[in-house]
Design a protein around this ligand. Structure first.
Ligand code: CA
Ligand code: CA
Ligand code: CA
Ligand code: CA
Ligand code: ZN
Length: 537
């Protein structure tokens, strides 16, 4: 019998605590061995070598006791058992990945062991596993045990055991979304991501639907009654494709991106590289020790690539994060700010690989191209609907000024996004005559979204200015964020007057169209088409 030399990695899911919720951008990260090989199941392994892989499927057992929180049929069907089935299915049903799981089997076993080669799922109601000390806040844990060999060892990183333990003592799990309970599906889909070999991802952006943060499944925090992590994002899917690609299917939909990141000419590990469509981060990853990165599962289409500073090291035990750089931007000839060549549009075609997409970044001790921009006289001129600028505060009390020409009668938005670790920007908007028009600190503080946003409709065309400061006067590495000026559309189409154009305006206008007010202007079908065009721009 073969001796298993194993390393153990644990990854936990923690209750979302606002004081901890430091918005930072980070993308999917596969767990790696110290030799940087991927930690994953070898689906080709035979049962005599690896008893929990049977004909290419990973086998797992669930303690017959389940959880008392959710009613089931008593025979391993219904309730929590079906939720766990669906959680595994959420990953294996992704077409571009080969990862596959057997249907769950029931067991009387409740003892967790990383060396028994039995993948066990158990709800721990009294901390008999010893994994949940009082006050831990940890909702669930996945303990991975994998082989450890020399760098070129064929077996380095092969998973041999994965156990998933839910903290049933401190948390009540629910089948539905209940504000005081943990949605079991959301927690389980996250844990199955670890079971596959994925680490946490911090990719986040403002969700236009409710101004809360939109998070991938592998985000390490979850709140009571929140089920958004039950459905996989493109970022999660990119991770599982890297681990278990179905090359043929993947090539039908997705391309891949790779390159090298250097800071001041030196290879940089632990730097986030993220592919954006428009202003939305879609998928990304983190550079390895030699500064290279590979992003899998990039849906065909045009992208901007950006480097981002990743989350604070206390949240990441596997990587030395680089926090001391900024992406490069440049000022075009006309004095208008633009993206630098490191963020030119990259078009990804299905089945194709784009290599050598390299970054040479400046250390953050070098002020970015927009500095000095510390007064309205030094404000950087930008065009609405241009790319995002990445700003950072360089000294205590640093302020960044931006100016732009806004057309009268058009709704505009000045907005920050993708805040780094300690950034908490505040926006002040000034009229052409220098008077203060509006101030905003946080889009949605209660939901943990510290980004700032102001929407307004200028009566007349003119030059408006924005002063950006940090709410806590923080500066240096970790205070970067994106800033953008958008022209949203004509205020005349904003039927409900909320400075946004969306389907509620469409509904109001279409109602007007069907029932024109007597003697008033009649909206035409042409107007509706115009509105649709604006909405989909
Ligand atoms: Ca086990
Ligand atoms: Ca400044
Ligand atoms: Ca803020
Ligand atoms: Ca509206
Ligand atoms: Zn986790």
């Amino acid at each position: 019998m073969k001796t298993i030399i194993a390393r153990v990695a644990t990854a936990s899911l923690t209750v979302l605590a606002l004081s901890w919720l430091v918005p930072a951008t980070q993308a999917y990260i596969p767990i790696r061995t110290e030799n940087e090989n991927l930690v994953r199941w070898d689906l080709d392994e035979q049962p005599e070598e690896q008893p929990n892989i049977i004909e290419g499927s990973v086998e797992f057992f669930v303690s017959r006791r389940g959880t008392p929180d959710i009613a089931d049929n008593g025979d391993g069907t219904g309730g929590e058992f079906d939720i766990l089935r669906h959680a595994f299915r959420a990953w294996e049903e992704q077409p571009a990945t080969k990862v596959d799981f057997n249907d769950l089997k029931l067991t009387d076993q409740t003892a967790v062991s990383g060396t028994d080669q039995t993948n066990l799922i158990v709800f721990d109601e009294n901390n008999r596993t010893g994994l949940f000390p009082r006050g831990t806040g940890v909702i669930a844990l996945t303990v991975l045990t994998f082989r450890h060999e020399a760098y070129d060892g064929d077996l380095d990183g092969h998973l041999v055991d994965a156990d998933m333990i839910f903290n049933g003592r401190d948390f009540t799990f629910s089948e539905n979304v209940i504000p005081t309970r943990m949605n079991l599906m959301a927690v389980a889909v996250h844990e199955v991501g670890h079971f596959c070999g994925l680490d946490h991802s911090f990719l986040q952006t403002t969700n236009p639907a409710d101004d809360a943060l939109r998070l991938p499944t592998m985000y390490p925090f979850i709140d009571f009654g929140d089920d958004q992590q039950a459905s996989l994002d493109t970022d999660d899917i990119g991770g599982v494709i890297e681990l278990y690609p179905d090359e043929e299917v993947d090539a039908l939909f997705n391309g891949r991106i790779s390159g090298l990141v250097e800071i001041d000419g030196t290879a940089a590990a632990g730097v986030n590289v993220v592919a954006y469509q428009g202003e939305t981060p879609v998928v990304g990853t983190v550079t390895t020790m030699d500064g290279t990165y590979r992003i899998f599962g990039v849906p065909a289409g045009p992208y901007f690539l950006r480097t981002q500073i990743i989350a604070p090291p206390f949240l990441i035990n596997s990587l030395e994060a680089r926090l001391d750089f900024h992406s490069q931007y440049f000022i075009q000839d006309a004095g208008i700010a633009g993206l630098s060549t490191d963020a030119s549009t990259v078009t990804i075609a299905a089945g194709k690989r784009r290599g050598n997409l390299n970054f040479d970044l400046l250390p953050d001790s070098v002020p970015d191209f927009f500095e000095p921009n510390d007064s309205s006289a030094q404000a950087t001129l930008v065009t609405p609907n241009g790319g995002s600028m990445i700003h950072q505060f360089y000294f205590p009390g640093d302020e960044d000024w931006v100016r732009f020409i806004a057309q009268g009668g058009m709704i505009h938005e000045v907005v920050t996004n993708n805040l780094d670790v300690t950034a908490d920007p505040v926006l002040e908007l000034y009229a052409p005559d220098g008077s203060l028009l509006a101030v905003n600190d946080d889009i949605h503080f209660a939901a943990g979204n510290l980004a700032a946003r102001i929407r307004f409709t200028p009566a007349v065309t003119g030059q408006y200015s924005v002063r950006i400061t940090d709410a806590a006067n923080f500066f240096g590495g970790g205070t970067s964020f994106e800033f953008r000026v958008r022209e949203i559309g004509a205020a005349a189409l904003d039927a409900n007057g909320d400075n946004a154009l969306d389907t509620s305006d469409l509904l109001l206008l279409s109602r007007n169209w069907r029932q024109p007010a007597k003697g008033g202007p009649t909206a035409t079908s042409e107007t509706l088409l115009d509105l649709l065009a604006v909405l989909h721009r």
